[in-house]
Design a protein around this ligand. Structure first.
Ligand SMILES: Cc1ncc(COP(=O)(O)O)c(C=O)c1O
Length: 361
């Protein structure tokens, strides 16, 4: 019998999302933090997971109460704006947080909007929740085109607008006045500011968390995958009006955050200073990289993140492949002609610079 899986029509022929996971010496392609946890943290994580293991016959705390208050304290300290535990929600990576947001606030007959070039997963959340997807655009230099955005919002009346700040893959942060204007314009919808890379922002660039008290329809998402160097733990979270958290409770799967994940995340928060210690070094390394790329003659997008978009190449794939042949994996993403490189250790950045000089003679 010939049988084909009865996949939804709109999913047929689609390649699953995923950057190449290649075993090469210098991995600068998925914006990970190059620094692993300290031995003290590894020991504490081991002890916390052992304690959780003794109770794995029971379902975890569905409300992840300790974790929510730990995340609220961290956000308050990091942003200088008060965030309380009932304003916090968490899931398995900020990817899952955003999927839950679209499950609750998108859906058939509703529209979600973002502005290209931007994070390639957003249209997938929309597709998977049967939400109509509309992509606006940015200025040529990737800065935010507020007039165009307000026009698009007035025309499309979206239920959800998703905007990363800093934006992936360009690194561009959103000015706070843009957040105010968009939140006000969305009288019937929510504005999701995806701050996956917020801790890497330059001095003087405020977090969208500072605008939370002013806008009940503003949602700010964060992750432990980048600045906290815990991509493998899968913990993303958001801060918003408690009514938004209540709406997500309706769509989340039962006990979606495992006891092991909760134990790891609570322990990591107790070591936040240790985990975040390298963020300053990475910001310096990023600024040095931007300077070097510009001095070498490349166009470079302004970056408030732990990656840099640079170009422009007539054949970017050839450059990407050439770097890979030198053991350096970066990301072929963003507008044609541009490439994105994550910020690694000083040694990794040296390897990247040397390889680029040789490949792009
Ligand atoms: C803009 C942006 N948002 C969200 C994520 C997802 O992060 P995670 O699901 O690991 O929290 C990423 C990952 O690279 C990202 O670039």
């Amino acid at each position: 019998m010939t049988w084909t899986p009865p996949l939804r029509e709109e999913l047929r022929g689609i390649e699953p999302y995923g950057a190449p996971q290649l075993d090469v010496p210098v991995q600068l392609n998925v914006n990970e933090n190059p620094y692993g946890p300290s031995p003290a943290l590894v020991a504490d994580l081991g002890a916390a997971v052992t304690r959780a293991a003794g109770r794995l016959n029971r379902y975890p705390d569905r409300e992840f109460t300790r974790l929510r208050s730990g995340l609220a304290d961290y956000l308050t300290r990091e942003s200088g704006s008060d965030v309380s535990a009932d304003q916090v929600w968490a899931a398995n990576g900020s990817n899952e947080v955003m999927l839950q947001l679209l499950q609750a606030f998108g859906g058939p007959g509703r529209t979600a909007v973002s502005f290209a070039p931007t994070y390639s997963m957003y249209p997938e959340y929309a597709r998977d929740t049967n939400t109509r997807w509309v992509a606006g655009r940015r200025h040529e230099d990737f800065s935010f085109d507020l007039a165009h955005a307000l026009d698009l919002i007035a025309r499309e009346q979206p239920s959800v607008v998703i905007l990363p700040s800093p934006n992936n893959p360009t690194g561009t942060a959103l000015p706070p006045e843009v957040i105010d204007e968009l939140a006000d314009a969305l009288s019937e919808g929510i504005l999701v500011v995806d701050e996956a890379y917020a801790e890497f922002r330059r001095d003087g660039v405020p977090s969208a968390l500072t605008r939370l008290a002013a806008h009940p329809n503003l949602v700010v998402t964060r992750t432990m995958s980048k600045a906290f160097a815990l991509a493998g733990a899968r913990l993303g979270y958001l801060a918003a009006d408690p009514r938004i958290c209540d709406a997500i409770r309706v769509v989340r799967l039962p006990y979606h955050l495992s006891a092991v994940t909760q134990a790891v995340a609570v322990t990591a928060l107790a070591h936040a200073d240790d985990l975040l210690a390298k963020v300053g070094d990475l910001r310096t390394e990023r600024d040095n990289l931007v300077t070097w790329l510009r001095q070498t003659g490349y166009d470079v997008a302004e970056s408030d993140a732990n990656f840099v978009l640079f170009g422009q190449f007539s054949d970017r794939h050839a450059i990407w492949q050439g770097l890979l042949d030198h053991g350096v994996l970066i990301r072929e993403t963003g507008p044609d002609g541009w490439l994105r490189v994550s910020v690694g250790t000083p040694d990794e950045m040296d390897a990247f610079r040397q390889a680029l000089v040789e490949v792009d003679r």
